[in-house]
Design a protein. Structure first.
Length: 381
């Protein structure tokens, strides 16, 4: 992942800074010590829902060091499978209170650790007014997992991952079947029909001009149907992925993207030539596919770079464009499922994904998943 400079964020007053007078600095340091010694996880976010401060318990709960979360949107900590309107609930509740009132919102949410594991968490969310601006204060406590088999018990994160992966594999099997059917059955029958039209035109060479014009029109229409059928079959699942593996399929996808959009698309893969096998190849290919579609629709980019590499036991993919990036509020926007689908695919294989705006402009998506150890040295683009 490209290392970026730390984002600039406003911090609440009790975060110590070097320009504070000595007595105030000691008070701020004391408050900060209390903040870090709290037994609950505490996260502070600004009015744009970007994380500006978190304590050590929050680091432990989510599995991130603080520097990795500062400046990131709060949404990265909560599951895409949880309630999508919880911020509407928070905002409407806090807006109904006076600035001095202590009226936290109590919510039960589904959170996500750095490992991709999902878990239930209780959240108490309230306003924090400071001279530097308004902040959200989240006090978080893990909800003990149910050990009973009572009806309505929440499935474990491992079970959810397994179910999600099974659903993805079933979809890929169905896509493969339909793609093969389009190629082998419908495609071949259309090709035979084209040969019959050619035979018909040659066999009636002395027919009138109207006859030959009509046959030529039928041939043109049939050629278009054959092209469209192959395109639909490749979109469902490119045969290259099954026949030759991930790298040729990603090359095909990048070339097709560049041809269709006129956006320059380069692929760096070093000496990556191994077939990794399923379900890993399908997941990484779909991440590339979703990423390119997202760029085509939203990025307004002129250049895309794709990186594909593996270490001995990890498979990586990286997409970077020079477009407009993505706003924090658009990451889980209703009706926009591209980034959500990527996370679901990667988390199902216990992988990780980072989606970050980059400087001077653009978006970078870096995903990696654990794979069976491969012989040989590390391979990078």
């Amino acid at each position: 992942m490209t290392h970026l400079s730390e984002p600039s964020v406003n911090q609440p007053a009790f975060a110590p800074t070097s320009d504070l007078p000595a007595p105030d600095h000691k008070l701020s340091a004391w408050l900060l010590a209390s903040f870090h010694s709290a037994t609950d996880g505490i996260v502070v976010a600004d009015h744009q829902r970007q994380i500006v401060l978190l304590n050590r318990e929050a680091e432990r709960i989510f599995g991130y060091p603080a520097r990795r979360l500062i400046g990131k949107p709060l949404d990265v900590l909560f599951s895409i499978l949880g309630p999508t309107d919880y911020w509407q609930q928070i905002n409407s509740h806090l807006a109904a209170t006076t600035p001095d009132a202590i009226a936290p919102v109590q919510l039960e949410l589904q959170a996500v650790r750095a490992s991709g594991e999902e878990f239930p968490i209780s959240a108490s969310i309230s306003n924090l007014s400071e001279p530097s601006g308004k902040f959200f204060l989240l006090v978080l406590r893990e909800t003990p997992s149910s050990t009973g088999a009572a009806q309505g018990a929440v499935p474990s994160p491992t079970l959810l991952q397994t179910l999600n992966l099974s659903r993805q594999q079933a979809n890929e099997i169905e896509r493969r079947r339909l793609s093969r059917q389009l190629y082998d059955d419908i495609g071949q029958n259309l090709s035979v029909l084209k040969l019959d039209l050619d035979w018909l035109q040659r066999g009636f060479s002395d027919a009138g001009q109207t006859f030959h014009a009509r046959v030529a029109q039928m041939q043109s229409l049939l050629d278009d149907v054959i092209v469209r059928t192959k395109s639909i079959a490749s979109t469902l699942r490119p045969p290259l992925l099954d026949d030759f593996g991930l790298l040729p399929a990603v090359k095909w996808a990048s070339e097709r993207f560049q041809k269709n959009t006129s956006i320059t698309c380069s692929l760096q893969s070093g000496t990556f030539e191994r077939k990794i096998g399923e379900p890993y190849e399908s997941v990484i290919f779909r991440v590339v596919e979703e990423g390119l579609l997202n760029i085509e629709r939203h990025a307004r980019a002129s250049q895309v770079n794709i990186g594909l590499w593996h270490t001995r036991d990890t498979l990586h993919v990286l997409l970077r464009d020079n477009g407009v990036g993505v706003r924090p509020e658009d990451r889980n926007k209703s009706g926009c499922f591209g980034l959500i689908a990527m996370r679901q695919r990667i988390y199902a294989l216990s992988g990780k994904i980072e989606i970050e705006n980059v400087r001077p402009s653009g978006l970078e998506i870096h995903a990696w998943i654990p794979i069976e150890p491969l012989p040989g040295a590390e391979v990078r683009p």
